[in-house]
Ligand binder design. Structure first.
Ligand SMILES: Nc1ncnc2c1ncn2[C@@H]1O[C@H](COP(=O)(O)OP(=O)(O)O)[C@@H](O)[C@H]1O
Ligand SMILES: [Mg+2]
Length: 238
């Protein structure tokens, strides 16, 4: 459904993405793994229309979006949870969550709000609290809730596990799986290879702005290059 073809992105004169091709099918969880600065966030921004590619195609269900305004994406079923959550710290949790519904009719938004609270009951007791007062994990849930308020078919998530405790990583991971089981496709990025590929149907390895490897989550975990460079596993000679 979501497809990137030959996407090139420049910041000024610096080229940071080179002919990136990626695909997210309906109902898939897809990981973009790569070291810091490899272009993971830029891929998500280009997909979401937050950074305009210098060339290439971004399409959703075969509709080309790369030249359309970023505000069309939520209407077509795309939503993004930005890195470091980007909440409005002085606003309440409920206000932050409701911001995710800005393109929708109030009646529909209220229905989605109930669905989102069912899925993320942890935020219910904090709805009136100031967002900035919550823990990192709680803030990530609020950010996810806000992303879901657009009722997306594809949810993009930029480093959803950044700065979370191991227990909270597990919680967010199972929330992502739950969201996916409700039929929402997820494209997320993450620097940890094991975490990325063990929880995704498919994955891409990005290095210096190029897709250098792709495959099923299992294939990625088993790949000698991924094992050697990113999992630190030395193959012993047979
Ligand atoms: N706003 C920007 N202006 C200039 N260069 C940028 C900007 N954002 C990112 N970059 C550069 O683009 C490259 C890819 O960045 P990014 O997509 O954030 O990587 P990642 O998310 O994998 O860490 C990096 O070299 C980074 O320095
Ligand atoms: Mg990033």
């Amino acid at each position: 459904m979501l497809r990137l073809e030959g996407v090139n992105v420049h910041y000024g004169a610096t080229r940071v993405l080179w002919d990136v091709a990626m695909e997210v099918g309906a109902g898939e969880i897809v990981a973009i793994m790569g070291p810091n600065g490899s272009g993971k966030s830029t891929v998500l921004k280009a997909a979401m229309g937050l950074k305009k590619p210098s060339s290439g195609v971004v399409s959703l269900d075969n509709e080309e979006l790369q030249n359309k305004s970023a505000t069309l994406r939520p209407k077509r079923g795309m939503s993004i949870v930005l890195e470091r959550r980007r909440l409005f710290p002085r606003m309440s949790v409920e206000e932050n969550v409701m911001l995710g519904a800005y393109t929708r009719k109030p009646s529909e938004a209220r229905e989605t709000f109930r669905w989102v609270l069912d899925l993320l009951p942890e935020i219910k007791p904090h709805l009136n609290a100031t967002a900035g007062k919550l823990s990192g994990g709680q803030q990530q849930m609020v950010a996810i809730a806000r992303g879901l308020m657009a009722n997306p078919r594809v949810l993009l998530m930029d480093e959803p596990f950044l700065g979370l405790s191991p227990a909270m990583v597990k919680t967010v991971c199972s929330i992502m799986q739950m969201i996916n089981e409700r039929g929402v496709a997820i494209l997320f990025n993450e620097q940890n290879a094991k975490l990325s590929f063990s929880m995704s149907h498919r994955g891409y390895l990005l290095e210096s702005g190029r897709v250098v490897l792709s495959g099923s989550g299992e294939e990625m975990l088993d790949h000698p290059e991924v094992r050697r460079v990113y999992l630190g596993i030395r193959e012993t000679a047979a």
